[in-house]
Design a binder for this molecule. Sequence first.
Ligand code: UD1
Ligand code: MG
Length: 400
Amino acid sequence: MLTILVANVILSVVGSLVIINVVPKFKDMFIKAHLSGVDLNKKNKPEIPEAAGVITSCIFLIVMFIFIPFPFSKHFFNKEWGFPHQEFVQFIAALLSICCMVLLGFADDVLNLKWRHKLLLPTVASLPLLMVYYTNINSTTIIIPKPLRFLFGHDMDLSALYYVYMGMLAVFCTNAINIYAGVNGLEVGQSVVIAGSLILFNVIELNGDCWPNHLFSLYFMIPFFCTSLALYQLNKYPARVFVGDTFCYFSGMTVAVVAILGHFSKTALLFFIPQIANFVFSLPQLFHLLPCPRHRLPRLNQETGYLHPSVFQFKEKSLNTLGLLVLRIYQVLGLVTVEHRQKDGELSQSTNCTLINLALKLSGPKHEKTLATSLMVLQVVCSGIAFIIRGIGSARGGGL
Ligand code: UD1
Ligand code: MG
């Protein structure tokens, strides 16, 4: 087992070195192909190559393809054990789903798809995985967390609903990372912390009964962590490349794949605390109860160079009752600042409903670099909290 993991680490490190050296060389090629974006929070508004995630994800896939023979090598030499076809199929299906997601994510970067398509893409990409889950595993029983057992009992068979849940997990992981964005380094930085946390969790669980699931997860998470860390070096403030939606989809799908096949989806979700908070907070804008501008990233004060929360404008009359109610609740809870632009109250504005804007609202304007660092620290702290919850859950036999 150790030799295989060492081979995985070596391949991953080589992959990350290739990324650091190769990605900057593609800069002109990406800009010529109009795969670029304006860094909106810089005074001089530089044009930066976008969708660098496509190179990272391809190198991740190459590392994984070279690695395929390693976990199965002992079966090549010792024919008596029989070849573990089920494990092999799971491995290949996991790669197929990630591969599909990279392709569809890149299509999004090139074609700028609409939000309804963005929701559909991860569902489509997760189908090969769900099919293999159905034929190989088909366990649709979940252990109920202890605080809810008085209602639902110890476990519950979700049957077909379990497949809906897994499809939704892929949709959530991909989009939650994509919408928690807009500050240099955040999309890939959060992925690095999530991957690091999952690696730590998997290593701890190697001592448990389900160690094969956690070993399987490590095979994917170590290369994912190393390649993402390399990309982070290029995307962190001041960004030399943008990662694009390709990376966000690739990242979310890779986590969803190991969580599904490793049977630890609830624990994996614990490492998404900031993303869940941002997603729930964003729901009124995502479902158009409140206006949702194309970009909700913070806005730059050209004079001070500091970032302030961005806003959306609205006429009270144009909001429906539910929209007004949600806005009022957010305002009372101190989550948004609402201002009246015209004296008659005709035109008003509110800060956008994202965690990044909330952080700026609570802590005051910040430089982009400071904000990015604070959000990374928040992600690490939330991972710490996740480990504590997980620890308490397993000590009580909570089945997280
Ligand atoms: C999501 C968010 C959007 C946010 C955008 C920023 C929702 C519903 N959508 O949209 O509010 O503004 O991500 O990534 O919440 N950019 C920067 N600096 C950065 C990162 C991105 O200026 O550090 C800008 C660049 O112009 C870049 C663009 O954002 O070209 C990328 O946006 P894109 O990934 O296409 O936005 P969405 O994922 O659709
Ligand atoms: Mg995006």
